[in-house]
Design a protein. Structure first.
Length: 157
């Protein structure tokens, strides 16, 4: 055999071996590429789930806080209702008449009573409407004092 043919056979063998190695490496490279893509997808999915969990945790904390506030408001409203019920009972039994009478024996103004008792339910608007209605009916004078029996009743239009 000639040297040229021997060199050609060796070159062809090297090329065939190189081609086989490249094809086998190509499969491994594709597998590695797929593994990296899969790992990236896992990390992305885990990150999304963590963000969703954190968001839901914040929502739950906010709902719990609002629940505590609502519970405190309900307790306060219940306490105020109990207080008003007790006051109503005291008024029915005549135990709170001192709230309505001044030292000189005259009836007190509702605004003054509301300021002293801190009763937020007796607002200025309600008192004004009640006073205007009482004045219209002639039950009180223009200054809010009870109208005397001798005073003529005046009706305003």
């Amino acid at each position: 055999m000639s040297t040229g043919l021997l060199v050609l056979i060796i070159v062809v063998a090297v090329l065939v071996i190189a081609a086989l190695i490249m094809f086998s490496m190509r499969g491994r490279m594709a597998a590695r590429r797929q593994e990296r893509a899969l790992q990236q997808r896992r990390e992305t999915a885990a990150g999304e789930h963590r963000e969703a969990a954190q968001l839901r945790e914040h929502r739950a904390e906010r709902a719990e806080r609002q629940s505590r506030i609502a519970k405190a408001e309900a307790e306060r409203a219940r306490a105020e209702a109990t207080m008003h019920e007790e006051k109503a009972g005291a008024h029915e039994r005549g135990l709170a008449d001192d709230e309505f009478v001044n030292d000189d024996g005259s009836l007190r103004d509702r605004d003054e009573i509301a300021r002293e008792t801190g009763d937020r339910d007796r607002g200025r608007d309600t008192v004004e409407v009640d006073r205007q209605e009482a004045e219209r009916r002639g039950l009180v004078g223009g200054n809010g004092d009870a109208a005397s029996a001798e005073a003529p009743r005046q009706r305003s239009a």
